[in-house]
Design a binder for this molecule. Structure first.
Ligand code: SAM
Length: 307
């Protein structure tokens, strides 16, 4: 099936390019607040991060079609010894903006994986009470819905669309998609991977969500596109996709990931790119900051994302 893909380099708190009620599914992972390994000092403070999620959610309620799903992959974040309750705050903000909280799936990564540091070793050095800090190997996949879905719409879809969108129940059972715990290997931290500093999720997450919550030919949105994983998978699964990304430096990574060739060889590869004035350049400065391991405090970085 011919699909189209539109990438807007700009801030997703304004998605005026997207017509109201035209998105059938959102799959995204917002920046992990000021995560030490990817986004140190990206936000001025936690309030600015929450403000972005709030502004974005209001825009999302305009563009998402009635009855459809919005899925966030996110996690609470430990920054300079303080744990920020991102999962609870995103849930609260979405509910305040009129979405129904439908489900939470826990994405469990392999046991040896730890993004920040192995805190659990503290007990080995001090095997006494009060020295326990667990290693984190999970994230949350938060699932919200805009009202209720009209199943009459699904029943009236073209037969071919229904056949092509059918969920493989063997895979569903064998890989335990039906549980609230999904065991999926994360993007491996290989030294020259294109996703360095982007905190990309593995293809398998958008693949499951797109298959479970959208039909072939429908339109998926990733407002925090990053390396373009959602768009790549949407394309493979015959869905259209809108992606917003604030960082212009990610353009080559995204285009490579979605296999963009210019000029498009067929209508089946239709890709449109818009560059807005509210995009910026962040990745190199963030990565420099990460590698120099300077302590990052409010006001010192000079490249906070704009309000
Ligand atoms: C966690 S990453 C997304 C990774 C993506 N899921 C992938 O697999 O590559 C979050 C992305 O959101 C982008 N971003 C941050 N603030 C934004 C904003 N206000 N509007 C659009 N994109 C934003 C960041 O530059 C970053 O690339």
């Amino acid at each position: 099936m011919d699909t189209w893909h539109k990438i807007v380099f700009g801030n997703c708190r304004d998605m005026h390019e997207i017509p109201s009620n035209s998105i059938h599914l959102m799959v995204t992972s917002p920046p992990y607040y000021n995560a030490p390994f990817d986004y140190p000092g990206f936000f001025k403070d936690y309030e600015q991060f929450l403000q972005l999620i709030g502004d974005f959610s209001r825009e999302l309620s305009r563009v998402l079609a009635p009855g459809r799903i919005a899925a966030y992959v996110t996690d609470d974040m430990l920054v300079e010894g303080k744990k920020y309750p991102v999962v609870a705050d995103v849930t609260r903000i979405m509910i305040e903006n009129g979405f129904r909280y439908r489900d939470k799936i826990v994405w469990v990564k392999p046991k040896g994986y730890s993004r920040i540091s192995r805190r659990s070793g503290v007990v080995l050095q001090n095997p006494y009470p009060m020295y326990f800090y667990p290693d984190n190997i999970q994230e949350s996949i938060l699932i919200f819905q805009k009202g209720t879905f009209d199943y009459g719409y699904a029943r009236k879809l073209d037969r071919k669309i229904r056949v092509d969108s059918r969920i493989d129940t063997k895979e569903y059972n064998e890989h335990e998609w039906y549980l609230t715990v999904w065991r999926i290997t994360n993007v491996l931290p290989l030294p020259r991977r294109p996703e360095i500093g982007i905190a990309a999720f593995p293809d398998e997450i958008p693949r499951r969500l797109i298959k479970l919550f959208s039909y072939v030919g429908e339109t998926v949105l990733d407002p925090f596109l990053g390396s373009g994983t959602t768009m790549k998978v949407a394309k493979e699964l015959g869905r259209n996709c809108w992606g917003y990304e604030i960082d212009l430096e990610l353009r080559p990574v995204i285009l490579k990931k979605i296999g963009y060739k210019q000029p498009a060889s067929s209508k089946a590869e239709s890709v449109e790119i818009v560059r807005r004035n509210d995009a910026g350049r962040f990745r190199s400065s963030l990565q420099k900051r990460v590698s120099s391991k300077k302590s990052v405090t409010k006001g010192r970085l000079g490249f906070h994302q704009p309000n």
